[in-house]
Design a protein around this ligand. Structure first.
Ligand code: NDP
Ligand code: BG6
Length: 513
């Protein structure tokens, strides 16, 4: 296997794919991990990747021998990279501790190499530098593609041909967007697979690294009380809601080519839905979990235009402050129809979920920032206490809320008696409020995902057949929206979004939570 790996990534056969670098890592002291952040001068690298790497270092999760390399076209010295990175590192992991010393140690392990993304020689120079730092140890290499998607393939080609490890593993984390539709996504996968085996590709969906999304399976499969209720028999509808209280400021150029459906629904919300609705996997093994996710995605009906509402935010003045319209962004065409909001009803045609609406709602420039899963249960048949709720029987049903962010919580709305001599019912929450229950700060999603990629754990990354199934659901709708030039419903910046979302929900007898 050593020789084959040396001969280039294309030569790896499927049986060897199963063997992972852990085989080479027998002695951690004898191996190194080199992490190259491709696009290190960019927003995501500064905001998320370097801080996550520091957090892992601070917590002692990085291997003994590791090096971080920033790679981009911008000219920078190592000192300049360190200076740039230091501005976004925080001691948020342990506020009481002064982590300045650890930061210094971490920054000393960060280096920079300037190069083009499509030039093999530049990556060959990087390879030389990596080798120097690896000092003859077995080398494992992780490349994080934090660059715009149009240069993914060039960077993968150059990295794999000129800078992949000769005696350890080479893995590549790919950031979204993974194409714009089924066709472009398949083309991207095909091109990536010219240079990498599927086992080397780590397609990131950072929502899968969020604490409460990871906790979904624990909640379902390690508590007796939820799983038996987890079906059409007891659940009326499921809502997956994402909202941000800011617009696309600064990212309009990217966003206008994608829109909210591709940016949030087809990936983040659909991934949550798949984890929520999948059958019990055979084991916690990545392949077993991903097999179940694919099954549920393939059981879903492609979205229909009549089950979708799209919106776009317009300018609004509140308290003397004026908030811009989406099209006020200079990088967005004035006549853009790109949705910044969408609501949709999805259905899973299998025995467990037949007829249960899964309602998604995602929007920018809304009144709040939050991401949550709301599970509304059916009415209690023949409820003795119905009269307590008057005509509003919906109020009497149980609801389980998984608040992914902010202020993580899982709470169950139940009915209880108001204490006293009368018989009045109230709604209360059985509440697992993370901040109250756990003093330790919740890690950022990127920390978990980077650590998993380093450890070769693929559970939280998207397999190519999952991606195909996800695009198959959304592509016809996206094409129709574009071909028919569907005009979005305009909503004021900072509002609750288009009223059409309420009509859509009402069609399925659902009230948004
Ligand atoms: P940036 O636009 O900041 O690009 C990253 C780096 O890539 C830049 O610093 C620049 O480096 C280089 N670059 C930019 N445009 C081009 C170009 N046209 N041709 C060649 N090189 C270019 O991207 P982000 O950091 O915002 O995002 C990186 C990736 O992560 C993207 O795929 C994005 O979709 C994804 N992503 C980003 C999120 C975010 O919050 N920013 C969230 C989720 C995903 P240099 O000029 O020095 O070479
Ligand atoms: C990204 C989207 O994937 O997720 C952004 O491209 C969005 O538009 C972001 O703002 C939201 O992530 P989080 O972790 O801040 O909820």
């Amino acid at each position: 296997p050593f020789k084959k790996l040396k001969d280039g990534l294309r030569s790896i056969t499927s049986s060897e794919e199963l063997k992972d670098a852990t085989e080479f890592d027998v002695n951690e002291n004898e191996s190194t991990v080199s992490i190259t952040v491709v696009g290190a001068s960019g927003d995501l690298a500064k905001k998320k990747i370097f801080p996550a790497l520091f957090a892992l270092y601070y917590e002692g999760f990085l291997p003994k021998h590791f090096t971080v390399y920033g790679y981009a076209r911008s000219k920078m010295t190592d000192a300049e990279l360190r200076n740039m990175v230091s501005k976004t590192l925080t001691c948020r992991i342990d506020k009481r501790e002064n982590c300045g010393e650890k930061m210094e140690e971490f920054l000393k392990r960060c280096f920079y190499h300037s190069g083009q993304y499509d030039t093999q020689e530049n990556f060959a120079d990087l390879d030389k530098k990596l080798k120097e730092r690896e000092a003859g140890r077995a080398s494992n290499r992780l490349f994080y593609l934090s660059i715009p998607p149009n240069i993914f393939i060039d960077a993968v080609r150059c990295a794999s041909l000129s800078a992949s490890s000769g005696n350890g593993w080479t893995r590549v984390i790919v950031e979204k967007p993974f194409g714009r539709d089924s066709e472009s996504s398949a083309a991207l996968t095909k091109a990536l697979k010219q240079y990498l085996g599927e086992h080397q590709i780590f397609r990131i969906d950072h929502y899968l690294g969020k604490e409460l999304v990871e906790n979904l399976s624990v909640l379902r499969f390690s508590n007796l009380i939820f799983e038996p209720l987890w079906s059409r028999q007891y659940i009326r509808n499921v809502q997956l809601i994402f909202s941000e209280d800011f617009g696309t400021e600064g990212r309009g150029g990217y966003f206008d080519n994608y829109g909210i459906i591709r940016d949030i629904m087809q990936n983040h919300l659909l991934q949550i839905l798949a984890l929520f609705a999948m059958e019990t996997p055979v084991s916690l093994d990545a392949e077993d979990i991903r097999n179940e996710k694919v099954k549920v995605l393939r059981s879903m009906r492609p979205l229909q235009l009549e089950d979708v509402v799209v919106g776009q935010y317009k300018s609004h003045t509140k308290g003397g402050i004026s908030y811009p319209a989406y099209t006020d962004d200079k990088t967005v065409p004035k006549d853009s129809l790109t949705p910044t909001f969408a609501a949709a009803a999805l259905f899973i045609d299998n025995a467990r979920w037949d007829g249960v609406p899964f309602l998604m709602k995602a929007g920018k420039a809304l009144h709040n920032k939050s991401a949550e899963i709301r599970v509304q249960f059916r009415h209690v048949p023949g409820n003795l206490y119905n009269r307590n709720f008057g005509t509003d029987l919906d109020r009497a049903t149980n609801e389980l809320v998984i608040r992914v962010q902010p202020d993580e919580a899982i709470y169950l709305k139940i009915n209880n008696k108001v204490p006293g001599l009368g018989m009045r019912l109230d709604r209360s929450n059985l509440n697992l409020h993370y901040a109250a229950r756990y003093s330790k700060e919740i890690p950022d999603a990127y920390e978990r995902l980077l650590l998993d990629a380093i450890e070769g754990e693929r559970r939280l990354f998207i397999r190519s057949d999952e991606l195909d199934a996800a695009w198959a659901l959304f592509t016809p709708l996206l094409k129709e929206l574009e071909e028919k030039k569907i005009i979005p419903e305009y909503y004021p910046y900072g509002s609750r979004g288009p009223v059409g979302a309420h009509y859509l929900a009402a069609r399925y007898k659902v009230r948004w939570g």
